[in-house]
Design a protein around this ligand. Structure first.
Ligand code: HEM
Length: 506
């Protein structure tokens, strides 16, 4: 009876309540929900060429596209027995993301997901509040300023390597998605672990493999129980989890020893441990701080939350600037105008002078953001005029809302960085029609970190190279937590005339 209730009665009741409030979708099917339709539609329409390159939804999620075209604002999709209601209206999105009383928590993650990622991003309630309070100070702008040398070293390493390739061949084809995964992994390793950079790099590689295996395991949406069986993939994931755990334990213990000896380092780990210690001392309560396991989870999260997201932002920026060479030229002209022939940005304040580069990054984040923010209802909850039953997931898909004609106008599918001029940013600031870094109390803790890293990398690349899409590039974005180019991002780099090696890399 319990099983029947869970797989038939409960979903049917929720479906009825949603339908009564005008929330429609594909009908619920026992156990599978709409996963079969999703797979079939993806197979059927997923490879159809897009009319406009940035009109990507019909390809990446044909079911969502179909429902959004028919129902416009709110509709439901069944992931197995879980209903997921899509919310498109900025006022409602703001109500959900701004909620401070815990009415819309993040969905619970299972023990298998914890192998890959846990920490701040998946907690709710008091645990989230405690961790957020401790993690926040480590990402403060004043602290970021001290991390700039780490960003500069990693970016210079990458640019020097490219210059060698280009100098040798005249021009060179590089897969940007691979290069930027390496760059952002190195930046986090250096910014987080300073002197323990090499161990950090190993963690980065292992976490990258863990991400790939996790994604592979999630592809089995038709057989979700596979996640729990001792398959080769699952065993490897458990092994990586242990390995990363012991690497991080060693680094953290070493660092705690230094702190006890009065020696402090201003990298993310040092700042996190210091903030943790302050919290315990101020409240005179050891429970107010994080445990060793908690710190390990937060460090792992830095890789998951900060590596691929930033690598994607940079990868799509290179692709879009290759598709729109007039903007590539405008951005390069700005970099040379602001810094001259012999310099590139070297500190945090320098980066604020790059207005056009900033506009470009914001427009790339509009068109190619992470996929969706998800919250849930634990009890019957009011949202605007709606009364949502318990157990409903709420999805706020960035790639859909960022492409809503009502919010952005008829040219919504066009790449137009001028949308993000200072005046326009002010006008749309309070409207949750643009939220690439989330919104409200759970807004991305690393957004200034990511923007600084991306502006620096783009400034140095523009200062050294011109670039274009390789004939081997196929525009096929696909959604796997973040939006990625399915077949990589091969781009041809050309040496800029008249730029000397030392000046270019300095
Ligand atoms: C372009 C790069 C990035 C993008 C697009 C991005 C996007 C986001 C978004 C949309 C959220 C909110 C998720 C939600 O509300 O469900 C988020 C949260 C978060 N991000 Fe980022 N992020 C980026 C870079 C980073 C970096 C570099 C770090 C750290 C090194 C980071 C750490 C976090 C953490 C810890 C959270 C969880 C915050 C919380 O729940 O309180 N992110 N990010």
């Amino acid at each position: 009876l319990k099983l029947l209730h869970a797989v038939w009665w409960k979903p049917k009741m929720i479906e009825k309540k949603l339908r009564e409030q005008g929330i429609h979708g594909y009908p619920y099917k026992v156990v599978y929900g709409n996963t079969r339709e999703m797979t079939e539609l993806a197979r059927e329409k997923g490879s159809e060429p897009a009319e406009q390159p940035h009109d990507i939804l019909p390809r990446i999620n044909p079911l969502l596209h179909d429902l959004a075209t028919t129902h416009k604002k709110s509709f439901v999709v069944w992931y197995g027995t879980t209903p997921r209601v899509t919310i498109m209206e900025p006022d409602l999105i703001k109500e959900i993301l701004d909620n401070k009383s815990g009415d819309f928590p993040k969905p619970k993650t299972n023990s298998f997901t914890h192998l890959f990622v846990s920490g701040l991003a998946s907690y709710n309630g008091d645990k989230w509040a405690k961790h957020r309070k401790i993690v926040n100070p480590a990402f403060h702008i004043d602290k970021l300023k001290h991390m700039m040398p780490a960003f500069v070293v990693c970016t210079d390493d990458m640019v020097s390597k490219w210059r060698k390739l280009v100098n040798f061949m005249g021009s060179s084809e590089v897969d940007m998605s691979v290069e930027f995964q390496n760059l952002t992994g190195d930046v986090i390793s250096r910014a987080a672990f300073g002197n323990n950079f090499e161990e950090g790099r190993l963690i980065s590689l292992l976490q990258k493999e863990q991400g790939r295996l996790f994604l592979q395991s999630q592809m089995n949406i038709s057989f979700p129980l596979l996640s729990y069986l001792p398959t080769k993939v699952n065993k490897r994931m458990k092994h990586i989890n242990r390995e990363v755990g012991s690497l991080l334990t060693r680094i953290i213990k070493k660092r705690e020893k230094f702190i006890r000896a009065g020696e402090h380092r201003d990298d993310l780990l040092g700042l996190l441990l210091k903030s943790n210690l302050n919290q315990v001392q101020e409240s005179n309560n050891s429970e107010a701080g994080m445990s060793m396991q908690d710190v390990i989870e937060e460090c792992k999260l830095f890789y998951f939350a900060g590596q691929e997201t930033t690598a994607n932002l940079l990868t799509w920026t290179m692709i879009l600037l290759s598709m729109h060479p007039e903007w590539q030229e405008r951005a390069r002209e700005e970099v040379f105008r602001v810094f001259g022939n012999d310099h590139t940005p070297a500190n945090y304040d320098d980066l604020n002078r790059l207005k056009i580069v900033n506009m470009i990054l914001l427009e790339v984040l509009r068109l190619y953001p992470s996929t969706s923010l998800i919250r849930t209802t634990r009890k019957e909850t009011k949202l605007g005029e709606l009364c949502l039953p318990a157990g409903v997931q709420l999805s706020m898909p960035l790639h859909l809302v960022h492409r809503d004609k009502e919010q952005w106008g008829d040219d919504v599918m066009e790449f137009k960085p001028e949308r993000f001029s200072d005046a326009m940013i002010k006008e749309t600031k309070d409207k949750a029609a643009y939220y690439p870094f989330g919104w409200g109390p759970r807004v991305c803790v690393g957004q200034d970190f990511a923007m600084a890293e991306s502006k620096l990398a783009m400034a140095k690349i523009l200062h050294n190279f011109s670039f274009e899409l390789s004939p081997n590039y196929t525009h096929a974005p696909f959604a796997a937590v973040t939006l990625q180019p399915r077949y990589g991002a091969p781009i041809v780099l050309h040496k800029l005339p008249g730029v000397t090696t030392t000046a270019a890399v300095s």
